[in-house]
Design a protein around this ligand. Structure first.
Ligand code: SF4
Length: 187
């Protein structure tokens, strides 16, 4: 069930992407004119990669995270969203179960970084990026629910815009989101 506090007309929304390709947010934008409809229904889009504000305010109703958790920075963002959002949704296969990013879990990290940044055939005088602004890799890349509690899942790579729309409408109407039929895909 949705927390009672969310059953208000306005739903304050925030989103972010972690270890992903931005495709899930592209699917979000694919709702096209229905985004206007959602805003008219009460969705207030605050922080997101597609707005100026990047961090959700405490007490945000609905947080949506794309991407897996692979670095200390991403872990901090996931925890901040969980702390500040009443409902947390994992969107896309990367957030739902780690997705393609978890292929790196079978390769020791130093070997992986060396291959990616130094010994790749197309690389000349490569070096592994590091510095205060660059997140440090965690030993494993993880699904969102391995690090924080997740309330709802929208699987798919990316999930269809129709599935995202259904979930947002359900939340705006105070219902527990349910995806079925064509809207529930793992591809
Ligand atoms: S689930 Fe697919 S579309 Fe979404 S971030 Fe991952 S790879 Fe990209």
């Amino acid at each position: 069930m949705l927390p009672q506090t969310v059953l208000t007309k306005k739903v304050v929304f925030a989103s972010d992407w972690l270890e992903g390709c931005a495709g899930c947010h592209m699917s979000f934008l694919d709702m096209d004119e229905r985004l206007v409809e959602l805003v008219q229904m009460g969705l207030e889009i605050t922080a997101s990669p597609i707005t100026d504000l990047k961090e959700p305010a405490p007490g945000t109703d609905l947080g949506v995270i794309e991407g897996a958790v692979a670095t200390d920075h991403q872990l901090a963002v996931a925890k901040m969203f969980r702390e500040r959002c009443k409902i947390l949704v994992a969107i896309g296969d990367c957030a739902v179960f780690g997705g393609i990013n978890t292929m790196r879990n079978w390769i020791p990290l130093p070997e992986l970084l060396e291959r990616g940044y130094i010994t790749t055939e197309s690389t000349v005088e490569g070096k592994i990026p590091q510095g205060p602004g660059i997140g440090k890799h965690l030993p494993r890349c993880m699904a969102l629910n391995e690090v924080v509690k997740v309330d709802f899942y929208i699987p798919g790579c990316p999930p269809p815009a129709d599935a995202i729309y259904r979930v947002l409408v359900d939340v705006l109407e105070g219902k527990t989101p349910v995806l079925d039929g064509e809207l529930l895909k793992y591809e």
